[in-house]
Design a protein around this ligand. Sequence first.
Ligand code: SF4
Length: 890
Amino acid sequence: MDEVRTTCPYCGVGCGVLAKAGDDATASVRGDPDHPANRGRLCSKGAALGETVDLEGRLLTPRINDRQVSWGAALDHVAAGFRRIIAAHGPDAVAFYVSGQLLTEDYYVANKLMKGFIGSANIDTNSRLCMSSSVAGHKRAFGADTVPGCYEDLEQAELTVLVGSNAAWCHPVLFQRMRAAKERHPDRKLVVIDPRRTATCDIADLHLPLKSGSDAVLFDGLLCYLFQNGQVDFSYLEAATEGYGEALQAARSGAAAIPQVAAACGLTEEDVARFYHLFARTERVVSVYSQGINQSSSGSDKVNAIINCHLATGRIGRPGMGPFSVTGQPNAMGGREVGGLANQLAAHMDFDDARAVDRVRRFWRAPNVASRPGLKAVDMFQAMGEGRIKAVWIMATNPVVSMPDADRVREALRRCELVVVSDCMARTDTTACAHVLLPAAAWGEKGGTVTNSERRISRQRAFLMAPGEARPDWWMVCEVAKRLGFGEAFSFQTPAAIFREHAALSDFENDGGRDFDLSALASLSDGDYERLDPLQWPVTAARPEGTERLFGDGRFFTESAKARFIAVTPRPPVNAPDEQYPFILNTGRVRDHWHTLTRTGKSPRLSAHSVEPYAELYPDDAARLRIADGALVRLHSRWGWMIARALISPAQQAGNVFVPMHWSGQFAGRGRVDVLVNPEIDPLSGQPELKHTPVQVECYTPQWQGFVLSRRCLSLPPTDYWVMAAGRQFWRYELAGERTPAEWGEWARQLLCAEDRARAEWIEYLDTAAGRYRGARLVGDRLDSCLFVTTSRELPPRTWLGQLFSEEVLSAQDRMSLLTGNPSRDRPDGGRIVCSCFSVGENTLRRAVEAQGLDTPEALGRALKAGTNCGSCIPELKALITECAAKKIA
Ligand code: SF4
């Protein structure tokens, strides 16, 4: 089979991928050199896609109450359940919770069924958690949810401001484009505004570690500074905007002068002045913002505070300038286009326009079209908990892990009469709550379109057969719609047919007053759809090749055609730290994982970078709490608690703690951080405050700690702390317990000796006085599994032990090493993996830096290949070189 041109299913950069099925449940992937988003680059996650397409853990057949059934029976059951509940309680008693992982075609039919035919707007998407504040901000300022610019602007900007965006880890290929542009033009500046010193600061000229939640103060202050320093473009204001006076007045009534701003944001006056000066004097400025802005109880205001500064200077819609919201998910933008958010109609139309509701009704021939917004995600799950919503269909997402106050979400699902989950994975925290499971086709098995952060629509194309009975989500939705009596409106046979209708709706009665316009694509043939090249909407007769930028002509989608300034009065986060919960919990992502690990958790090389959920703490805070680096800590909030591994780092701000959001109940016993997160939301966007929850942090001191490496996936007995991660040819389990087993050897045998008892050889070492046990199980001459436990925290490193699993015959030296817990001289421990592409560990890198005097990432690349493929690890390589140099001087 030839390579198929498709799109990465992870982040909103939307990189093009050339993919080909392999012979052994893998696929080969490489970056598409012709895709405008990435021009051949891929990050570590994209590069490892081929390792994640196997069938391990897949949901392959429909199931009702854990019983395998036919598709017909499952679809009949879903339709009957929805029909019964709608008849008894009305359409608002049912809901869909969908996902930025869906393709636009899946999204379109789900929205059409709920809003057009069931007659409720209770369909919301997990993109609510990611960028709905940007949607609200765009609509207030521009009259439509329009991203004005494109990725090339980041290469043309003389100043790039990254606000609440760790692009190096969360949008890596975009970050690499910025890095390359900066290398070509060293005089260009980059400012990072983030409470943490993240990997993105690697290329920053200035880092502003502002106080959590104070972004609107900083940008209101900038608006005042631009006025005071004669940098406002009054002719642009006059011609293209309205509301400047009110916005400036609101800004001036707060912390208007630099000393006040600096005090309110916890920054130095020099740093604030430097940032303001850079912004004021530079014409080509792009402000990139992401979850650090959006995930806030005042996220919409923060978005508008940023946009206000671009409007005041007229820096929008022209090359190298503009506010730029980058989305987390691969198709968050597609969801916005079809109306996947509960407060939007389809094709960027709104409920507050009665003509739009009527237009959609006529286009769909849908007499029952919803006329008012539905419940947004947090309110939707609350309504389930209160029994107001009785049936929900969850598509391609895992809210029991990713929603704030996640334990309440699980309880809410348990209260529902009918929970339907369509997913490609059989076992997730959310599928465990389902009455009906529908097997969904995964990435590589289905076709459709996605839209990235720069409005670029790209095709995802199938290159693998869908396994078992897996089917695309659009097909399931249409089949349920037919069973509900709406067959005519859902008679689509292909994604192409859905796309044509989606494009036609964007064109319907659109006289140019609506931004989202795919009119030139409304009559694509199936062949044209198959061949569709990536292009940016709007795509019209006048612009058949798509549109790079909007608003360059100073005309917007408001009634007056002018952009609106929004008066922003900064509000602090809703829940402030106090004596009981003195730390601010900030959640986010790690470099090599995606969402709730259902896909990246399968890849050994991606799992090796961050093995366990961690709590990143400032050194003084850790010292005060007597928490050592690598110790276990317990975090509590008013909503829940978790256990994580302490990571002590000066990159963290004092009084703050950062915890990644990825670990689910499938991969960790107590690792779901969102059980702690407050469910406060932005009143306008409904986006939850995932970056600011007051928490307590304390030492967690189990009686014993240990780890297991095993070729087989184990059934763990109840264990107080456990985390599971994929390794090459083994699974790794980190364990801790509050009660020491009476007899370690017996405990170890029970855990590891399920199979092949007769052939297994057992070697072990016990030091009762030192509280140490080591056991290894060999089958034939190969290592099958090994277990190390201790009542102290001293355990051997794991990387060299992992290497033993690739040996067909363990040498006498290796056997001895297993018992002593020390790597032999010819098998030094590589340490925690830094470069995922070439599996280069921290210890290997340190040794090379120290022994060979390597002092640049390029030199490390030449010596060890580290950082020479996707480049995602370069900031860490630089940090390691700096650390080694500092040690040498000390
Ligand atoms: Fe995929 Fe990485 Fe590109 Fe994002 S940056 S789309 S995760 S390859």
